[in-house]
Write a protein that binds this ligand. Structure first.
Ligand code: ADP
Ligand code: LRH
Length: 467
C-alpha cells in the first residue's frame, strides 16, 4: 500500500474529504467526511461562513486520524472568484460575501470607466460574469474603500484555508485566473490593470502554480488534528481540478463539469482572447500545465438544488430526476437568464419565464424539474454548436464529470439535444483531479496523460447514445 493523498473539495453545495491511494495500478478513492455548504443571508447580504467551513475542514482531518489513514500530502479546492481581504493582523476585513450577492450590480459600468469591456477581455481572456473578483473589488472600492486601503493580502477562498493550515500565504494560479485580473500570456497578475482600477497592488502575492508546496501544518493545527501533513497546491479552482479528471486524452473531447454550475468546453494550449470569442461569451480559465479551459458557464444544477429546497416533499436528487423523466411538458427556459442567478423563489422564476414566453406553466415537481433538465440540455446543444463554429472542428463525445454525472435523465437529454455520445463519470472528478496533482508532485505519474489514463481505468463511466 502506497501513500494516502487527501483532497478537500468544497463545492458551493457541499464539501468532502476524499482519501486516495494507488492499488494494483488503479486509484482507490474513499470518502472520509462530508458536510453541507451554501451561502447564508446575513442581514440581506449573501455570505459564506468561512469559520464554519474551516471547522469542517479540521473535523475531516480528525476523521483521517481516527481511521489511522494519515495523508502524505493534502490540498483544498473550492468554487472560484470569491476571496477574503486580510488586514495586518491577518483578520478578515468585512464580510466574506458570496458571488451571488447583488453588490456587484452596476459595477461593470464603474470598471468600464477605466477600461473597456473588449480591452479587458483582450488582456485577461475571461468571460464577463458580474460576480468576477474584478467587479466584486469595485463594489468594495465603492462602499468600503478603507478595506482596500487596509488590506495586506487578498486570498482566494482555498488560499485562505491553506493559510489557516500552514501560516503561509500563496495565491494559486487557477483560482486567481477566475477573478479576471490575471494575464494569460505572463500567467501572473496584470499589475497594470490592477493599477488602472485603483486596487491596492500590495495585497497580491506572486502567483503559484499547482504542484507547489505551500508548507506544513502549524503547531496549533498539528495539536488539534493530531498529525502533521504537507500541503501541496492542487488546481484550487474546483473546475480546474474536475477537468484534470476527464477520463480521456483525446484532444477533441468536450467536457461538462456538472455540479452547481455546468462548465462546458474544451482544453486548449493557448487562450483565445479574440473579439469573436468575447462575443460568444467563452472564457479562458488557467489550468494545470498551462492548459486553458475554453468554456462557457451554464447556470447548471443550482436550479435543481434551489427548487429541491422549495418542494414540500423531501425528495432526493435521484427521485426528482426520476419524476422528471416521466413528464411530457415541452416548455423551455433560457438557463443563462439573470433571473435564475439568485431568485427569491426558483420555482416562481421558472414559472414566470414560461408564463411570459407563452409556454405551458409547469405545476408539479416532475414538470418543474423536467423544464429545468430539458432547458439545461438544450443549452448544452446550443453551446456545442458555438464551440464547433468557433473552433471549426466536430466533436463526437461529451464527457460529463461531477455530481451531475449521476443524473441519468439529464445525460439522456444531453445525448438527445446534442446528438453526441455522452460518457458520464466520474462523479467525484474534482476530488480526483485535486489528487492527480498531488500524485504528480509525488512522482506517482510522470505526466497528466498518464494520470488521465489511470483515471479512465480506475472509475466507472456510463455511456448514453442518442436514440
Ligand atoms: P458542487 O461541487 O458544485 O457542490 P456536485 O458536483 O457535488 O456539486 O454536484 C451536486 C449535484 O449533482 C446536485 O445538485 C444534484 O443535482 C446532482 N446529483 C448528485 N447525485 C445525483 C443523483 N443520484 N441523481 C441526480 N442528480 C444527482
Ligand atoms: C463551479 C465554479 C465555476 C465558477 C463558479 C463561481 O463551482 O467554480 O467554475 O464560475 O463556481
Amino acid at each position: 500500500m502506497g501513500n494516502y493523498y487527501l483532497a478537500v473539495d468544497i463545492g458551493a453545495s457541499s464539501g468532502r474529504h476524499m482519501l486516495a491511494s494507488m492499488e494494483d495500478g488503479k486509484m482507490k478513492l474513499e470518502e472520509v467526511y462530508r458536510f453541507p455548504n451554501g451561502m447564508d443571508n446575513k442581514n440581506g447580504t449573501l455570505c459564506w461562513d468561512v469559520d464554519r467551513l474551516f471547522t469542517e475542514i479540521k473535523n475531516g482531518l480528525k476523521k483521517c486520524k481516527e481511521l489511522g489513514k494519515i495523508p502524505a500530502t493534502m490540498g483544498i479546492d473550492t468554487w472560484g472568484v470569491d476571496y477574503v481581504l486580510l488586514d495586518e493582523k491577518d483578520q478578515i476585513l468585512g464580510d466574506t460575501v458570496g458571488y451571488r450577492d447583488s453588490r456587484t450590480n452596476g459595477m461593470d459600468e464603474k470598471v468600464y470607466e477605466k477600461i473597456s469591456l473588449s480591452a479587458l477581455y483582450e488582456r485577461t481572456g475571461i468571460q464577463k460574469q458580474m460576480f468576477n473578483t474584478i467587479y466584486q473589488l469595485m463594489a468594495v472600492k465603492e462602499t468600503h474603500p478603507e478595506y482596500l486601503e487596509q488590506a495586506k493580502a487578498i486570498l482566494m477562498i482555498p488560499d485562505y484555508f491553506h493559510f489557516l493550515l500552514t501560516g503561509v500565504k500563496k495565491n494559486e494560479y487557477t483560482n486567481a485566473t477566475t477573478g479576471q485580473l490575471v494575464n494569460p500570456t505572463t500567467n501572473d497578475w496584470d499589475y497594470e490593470l490592477i493599477d488602472m482600477l485603483g486596487y491596492n497592488k500590495e495585497m497580491f502575492q506572486p502567483v503559484s502554480m499547482p504542484g507547489t508546496v505551500v508548507g506544513e501544518f502549524t503547531q496549533d493545527i498539528q495539536n488539534e488534528v493530531g498529525f502533521n501533513c504537507k500541503v501541496v497546491l492542487p488546481a484550487t479552482h474546483d473546475t480546474g481540478s474536475a477537468v484534470l479528471a476527464v477520463p480521456t486524452n483525446d484532444d477533441n473531447a468536450i467536457y461538462i463539469s456538472s455540479g452547481t454550475w455546468s462548465l462546458m468546453g474544451i482544453e486548449r494550449k493557448e487562450a483565445d482572447c479574440s473579439l469573436r470569442s468575447m462575443q460568444a461569451n467563452f472564457t479562458n480559465e488557467g489550468g494545470y500545465d498551462h492548459r486553458f479551459r475554453y468554456l462557457k458557464n451554464i447556470m447548471g444544477l443550482w436550479m435543481i438544488q434551489s427548487v429541491k429546497k422549495e418542494f414540500t416533499e423531501d425528495l432526493s436528487f435521484a427521485e426528482i430526476c426520476e419524476r422528471a423523466s416521466k413528464e411530457t411538458i415541452t416548455s423551455l427556459v433560457d438557463c443563462n437568464d439573470d433571473c435564475f442567478l439568485a431568485p427569491k423563489s426558483m420555482i416562481e422564476a421558472v414559472k414566470k419565464f414560461c408564463r411570459d414566453s407563452k409556454q405551458q406553466v409547469p405545476e408539479t415537481v416532475g414538470e418543474i424539474a423536467a423544464v429545468i433538465y430539458n432547458s439545461l440540455a438544450k443549452c448544452y446543444g446550443d453551446t456545442i454548436e458555438e464551440i464547433e463554429a468557433l473552433t471549426g472542428k466536430k466533436y463526437t463525445t461529451i464527457y460529463v464529470v461531477g455530481g451531475g454525472a449521476n443524473a441519468g435523465y439529464l445525460n439522456e437529454l444531453t445525448a438527445k439535444y446534442t446528438g453526441k455520445k455522452v460518457s458520464a463519470g466520474p462523479s467525484e472528478a474534482t476530488a480526483i483531479g485535486n489528487i492527480v496533482v498531488q500524485m504528480l508532485h509525488d512522482g506517482v505519474f510522470k505526466d497528466l496523460p498518464e494520470a488521465r489514463t489511470c483515471v479512465g481505468k480506475s472509475f466507472d463511466v456510463k455511456i448514453y447514445e442518442n436514440k
